[in-house]
Design a protein around this ligand. Structure first.
Ligand SMILES: Cc1cc2nc3c(=O)[nH]c(=O)nc-3n(C[C@H](O)[C@H](O)[C@H](O)COP(=O)(O)OP(=O)(O)OC[C@H]3O[C@@H](n4cnc5c(N)ncnc54)[C@H](O)[C@@H]3O)c2cc1C
Length: 427
């Protein structure tokens, strides 16, 4: 049976970045991907500014830049068609650099990343679906599965890294998913053409029955992702429901007028889930396989890259020490949770906020007036300002005093569009 130092399951951002990090350390790595690339993926397709540094370390930033991707300057958030704030990413403190987020379609980005892995010493096996783990004394020591021709394979490894995303084999085989589908949300996505957005921003419009993220992806295309309650349409009515809901909000209607979706609407069900750490040695999880809150803050790709960076460090130490025990590898889980804890907490707080209309309208209105607070929030969402600067008593107090200084609660007869309406915002 063929044997490697490390087997990686999945060729998305988490898997390819893990492969590149580990190949740089000189290990013998195989990456197994069930699909053939290019393959598509439902995503908002804007990537936190902080991801640039990791792409650069992996040696892929130049290749991404050579595609001349759009760079988004910041975010515009509207709440229930009543209040709006627009905020550019604040400069990064240490370098005084203007920060931007990359906007690249996943079909392109994931293909580019996998190509990079192909050019490295990593053995890439496309069309290889992992269906189970091999165990030795309760520790994972390899994988088994089928390739495209239905031929079965078994491969051994000292460590397996599962980067299989939200449907990864670990979650199913080891039953690691908890509270899956509790928030009952479903995402609908399609690219549109014929739209002229007011600027290069990510536009988040919150309204019933959910919210949309709208971002230009270049060459006249715009990605429109709707996140709504799960009790929405029948399968046959998906495209109609998506169109009607997206255009049911007047700001979105203004913004998208003249445009049309140019593909069938794609869906991701049961958006949010938590994951328990594996109770066996020899296995690490990275990327979406570690859990997912909600795409509102759009940082899944950055978290995938960063979790793989942390995992690669831990894998190297485990290989050096020849210790692949559950306890040793649990150090990675601790490290990851420590680093992401406040960001995930913020995502959960924002979830509560966006589904409480009057609170949401007031907070957005306050942030429109308090540009410094808005800047901190946008920097945290961009993953380069520590989440603790927003998830803190001090921030809450400043928000509250800004709120109180702003007067009484809005009502439909007292519209609070504190910035020019989104559709009229200039570049
Ligand atoms: C609606 C929505 C909008 C989002 N918007 C954004 C956004 O704007 N910005 C952002 O940064 N993030 C966003 N995200 C999150 C982002 O898409 C994910 O965090 C990211 O794709 C995770 O990468 P990954 O590599 O862990 O998983 P994936 O990208 O899902 O890759 C997993 C890969 O593993 C392969 N695989 C799975 N199982 C097996 C198996 N058994 N054998 C072999 N191969 C296997 C799959 O084929 C796939 O290619 C969004 C997510 C959703 C649902």
């Amino acid at each position: 049976m063929k044997s490697y130092d490390i087997i990686i399951i999945g060729g998305g951002p988490a898997g390819t970045s893990a492969a590149l990090f580990l190949a740089k350390k000189g290990y013998q790595v195989a990456l197994l991907e069930q699909s053939r690339f290019p393959r598509d993926k439902v995503c908002g397709e804007f990537i936190s500014p902080a991801a640039d540094a990791i792409f650069s370390e992996l040696g892929v930033l130049e290749a991404i830049e050579s595609l001349h991707p759009l760079r988004l300057k910041g975010v515009v958030v509207s709440a229930y068609e009543q209040s709006v704030f627009q905020r550019d990413y604040p400069p990064a403190l240490e370098a005084g650099r203007q920060m931007t987020s990359l906007s690249v379609e996943r079909m392109v980005l994931d293909h580019l990343m996998l190509d990079r892995v192909r050019q490295s010493p990593v053995e890439v096996k496309e069309g290889f679906k992992v269906t189970d783990f091999l165990f030795d004394n309760g520790r994972v020591c390899g994988v088994s599965g089928r390739d495209e021709s239905k031929t079965e394979f078994k491969l051994k490894a000292r460590i397996v890294v599962d980067a299989g995303g939200r449907n990864s084999i670990s979650l199913r085989r080891l039953n690691l998913k908890s509270d899956s589908g509790r928030n009952g949300k479903i995402a609908f996505a399609a690219h549109w053409e014929g739209v002229r957005l007011p600027g290069n921003y990510c536009y988040m419009h919150i309204s019933r029955p959910g919210y949309t993220g709208i971002a230009p992806t270049g060459e006249g295309r715009v990605n429109v992702v709707l996140v709504a309650d799960r009790k929405c349409p029948s399968v046959s009515g998906v495209d109609v429901f998506y169109r009607q809901t997206v255009l049911g909000n007047s700001l979105r209607r203004d913004m998208l007028c003249g445009g049309e979706p140019v593909e069938k609407v794609r869906i991701v069900d049961s958006l949010s889930y938590s994951v328990r750490p594996p109770q066996c040695g020899g296995l690490l999880l990275v990327g979406d396989a570690t859990g997912f809150v909600d795409p509102f803050t759009g940082e899944g790709i950055y978290l995938s890259l960063r979790s793989s960076q942390l995992a690669a460090g831990m894998v190297a130490r485990a290989l050096d020490a020849s210790d692949f025990s559950k306890d040793w590898l649990a150090n990675y889980d601790r490290l990851r949770r420590q680093e992401f804890y406040k960001k995930i907490l913020l995502s959960r707080i924002l979830q509560r906020l966006i589904y409480s209309p009057s609170l949401c309208i007031r907070v957005v209105k306050t942030l429109a007036r308090q540009q410094e607070l808005a800047g901190l929030l946008v920097g945290v969402i961009g993953d380069y300002v520590p989440a603790g600067q927003v998830v803190s008593f001090g921030y809450l107090m400043r928000l509250l005093s800004g709120w109180l200084a702003g007067g009484s609660a809005p009502s439909p007869s007292d519209p609070v569009v504190s910035q020019p309406q989104v559709s009229r915002l200039k570049n």
